[in-house]
Design a binder for this molecule. Sequence first.
Ligand code: SAH
Ligand code: SF4
Ligand code: F3S
Length: 474
Amino acid sequence: MNLPDLKEAKVRTNKEIKIIRDDYKVPENMEKIGEGKKYYLKTYGCQMNVHDSENIKAILEDMSFKETIEMEDADIIILNTCAIRENAHNKMFGFLGRVKHLKQSKKDIICGICGCMAQEETVVDDLKNKYKWVDIVFGTHNIHKLPEILEESINKQKQEIEVFSIEGDVYEGIPVKRDSKYKAWVNIQYGCDKFCTYCIVPYTRGKQRSRLPIDIINEVKELVKDGYKEVTLLGQNVNAYGKDLDINYTMSNLLEETAKTGIERVRFVTSHPWDFDDEMIDVIAKYDNIMPYIHLPLQSGSDRILKLMGRRYTKEKYLELFNKIKNRVPNVSITTDIIVAFPGETEEDFKDTLDVVNKCKYDSAFTFIYSPRVGTPAALMKNDLTEEEKNRRLYELNEVVNKYANEANQKYMGKIVKVLLESPSEKEGRLMGYTDTMKLVNVDADSSYLGKIVDVEITDVKTWSLDGKIIEKV
Ligand code: SAH
Ligand code: SF4
Ligand code: F3S
């Protein structure tokens, strides 16, 4: 058993990051353990978790389990959790209630918890003491050890907790079962060293560590060979890519090399404004296959709050960067993340946030009420805002954000845009996909169009999506 440790999770040393290539192995006696059995995997959280789940699926299939989308049919149920805000916690405990109920009638179901909540000391204490029936708990650093962890739990017939709070290494060669045949997530960097004062991620994901360029580019080349049309380079602050490596190679180099593989679409998330340099903007502007879409989290428009958050930029610097990107990248769409009611946020601070939104007129924004996370510095800061006031600010912000999102969508009316049709829409006979600027579009089309990038004329604009019709080339 290995329990998470908050103190250890905070530590950052100069220890060299190892690239480990041979640590994934399914023990022989586990290869057939899932024969005739099914797994159900539920994923919460960000793209990083979604991609981790693609690894977990492949590992389970290496043990002969088959996927089911009905929890009731499953022999093994795994929950990949997120810890970013309190409501993520509530979701997990709510879900566990359902699994417990199921376990009463189907005793030998195996239940596993992994992901960012599994890295939290207080959560794992609860799982250990109050949820003894949860069979396995594993963290974000040792997903590839799932076969051994499962074996241990089956052999000992008791709860197996294996969570490491070490800074972490880079593991290559972990199998992946991708959810899409056309779009792929590609990790370029794990962990985060920014330690924004409100955020749990540096504790749950460990030290920032970049994969080697050659491993990333080889993965993209394989994807091109397999017919993939789009890759999204993933990291918590991708602009800092390479800074932890002992080579002179940055995110702009990586973007350029990825674009040169010939993949039709390159995306990346998330960009911290801090490390967004001019070279990156140049490369994005230069290559047609780097999509003109940037997620540029603001968090707050108040210099005082940004300082308390540890974001290391000012309102002025943010606006300067924003305008530079808008001016240099034609047709770029920029979205953001904003937190309201951070401890000590005054009405004036909040007005500063609204002011930035009014200036940037974002294509869209994810907005949140600040949620204290145990172990982070902000959780110790005094916050006297009432729930009513927090909700009022969120509501007011959303009104402004939605107004601009709608305006941005309206501009698409009648335009011809390129859309990668990736899956069936909810309505029969229709497919959905995204424009290069990340607008969701629904079109009338049969499944022969799946995986194709087509010209679409926008015929209707809804609040959260666009409708269009395919323009056939003659
Ligand atoms: N690495 C990304 C953010 C990842 S978390 C970045 O730095 O931009 C995604 C978003 O969740 C953050 O941008 C932030 O807006 C929000 N968030 C993170 N911690 C939060 C907290 N404690 N309370 C409310 N929102 C939070
Ligand atoms: Fe969290 Fe800040 Fe790291 Fe983003 S950059 S993951 S907000 S600590
Ligand atoms: Fe959540 Fe972990 Fe992502 S906390 S947002 S799943 S990195």
